[in-house]
Design a protein around this ligand. Structure first.
Ligand code: 3HC
Length: 309
């Protein structure tokens, strides 16, 4: 490709403008971190209500960050928040929003067809040099990239919840991702003050490949009557140093999301069936609408703002 002439490790694109599709928890978090680090960011969603929710997520998270960075200095806190907000534009116009993007990051619904449709459209309207990325946690990057003619300029940038706090980004390269594209993505992560790790396009990449089977086995421990969720959580926090136990984490990630991931992997058939064997307890909670923190009830009850009761 015209874009892989350089073999130097230096990132060739010098990404300045980032457009993020999706203003949910992940999209808003990515927008915030990019804006905090001087990228020009456009946040895109289908309607103004969704954008407003995204802005609210950013505003409340920025307040926490500002308080931490400038303790007891309200003026500096405000200056930091204003400066960051000024880096962010919002739009419901997908086409116009991609016109000056150097990098597009997609964080919309976890649905392969929907993602493919978005990228097929963007491939036609975005500039030639624009890099495309998905923040998917469970779908194959290569399958999404197939919807475009720029598979060499396509990769994965997988952030973790809560994005402003979690240091890691998994940078996923497919067999077709060019070295230049990959270098640019690593460079963007560093400039966002994140620590990138490189991973091939495999189910769950690194973190979820390990975390999801571990969470499923935690559910099986409870289902077999060997321990309570509370005791498993205490055990993993105090015995393994995890910040949250597996049941707290499941509630945090969303039980519906967990089920979606394991069901998808089982169908895909690329990882050992035993690791993702269905667990009745999970299926039942999801069928009842108990998704965890976001619905007010999962393994634990939550109050309106998502704190534990
Ligand atoms: N914005 C900015 N900062 C935030 C934040 C937010 N939304 N949420 C938390 N923080 C910061 C706080 O300001 C605080 O900062 P400090 O320690 O520097 O003062 C720090 O995070 C800790 O917050 P709290 O004291 O309020 O609460 P906890 O100590 O319980 O930490 C947690 C909360 C950071 C969520 C921690 O419990 C944790 O790390 N949990 C594990 C999270 C995890 O594993 N995430 C990955 C999930 S898997 C995933 O995302 C993949 C998906 O694809 C399935």
């Amino acid at each position: 490709s015209a874009f892989s002439t350089s073999s130097s490790a230096y990132a060739p694109y010098n990404v300045k403008n980032i457009t993020v599709f999706g203003s949910g928890l992940m999209g808003a978090g990515i927008v915030q971190v990019a804006a905090q680090n001087a990228f020009n960011v456009t946040m895109v969603d289908l309607n103004p209500e969704a954008l407003k929710k995204g802005q609210d997520i950013i505003a409340s998270s920025l307040k926490r960050v500002a308080k931490k960075q400038f303790p007891e200095d309200a003026a500096q806190q405000k200056a930091f928040i204003d400066k960051t907000m000024a880096q962010i534009k919002t739009s419901t116009d997908s086409e116009a929003s991609s016109k000056d993007a150097d990098l597009i990051i997609e964080a919309i619904v976890e649905n392969l067809k929907t993602k493919q449709q978005l990228f097929a459209m963007l491939d036609k309207v975005a500039p030639e040099h624009t890099l495309f990325c998905s923040n998917t946690s469970s779908l194959p990057i290569g399958e999404i990239a197939k919807a475009t003619k720029r598979t060499d300029r396509f990769g994965g940038l997988h952030f973790f919840n809560p994005v402003p706090q979690m240091k890691l980004v998994e940078v996923i390269r497919t067999d077709e991702t060019s070295q230049d594209s990959f270098d640019s993505l690593m460079d963007v992560c560093t400039r966002m003050k994140k620590t990138p790790v490189s991973c091939k396009d495999t189910p769950g990449f690194i973190v979820n490949r390990l975390l999801v089977p571990y969470m499923m086995e935690s559910l099986r421990i409870v289902e077999r009557g060997e321990a309570t969720p509370q005791d498993v959580d205490v055990a993993m926090k105090l015995g393994a140093g995890f910040p949250m136990g597996p049941f707290e984490l499941a509630d945090f990630v969303g039980l519906d999301t967990m089920k979606f991931i394991v069901d998808g992997w089982r169908k895909e058939g690329k990882i050992d069936d035993n690791l993702v064997a269905p667990v009745k307890l999970l299926d039942e909670l999801v069928a009842q609408g108990n998704f965890g923190r976001k619905s007010g009830q999962g393994f634990y009850p939550y109050n309106g703002v998502g704190g534990k009761k």
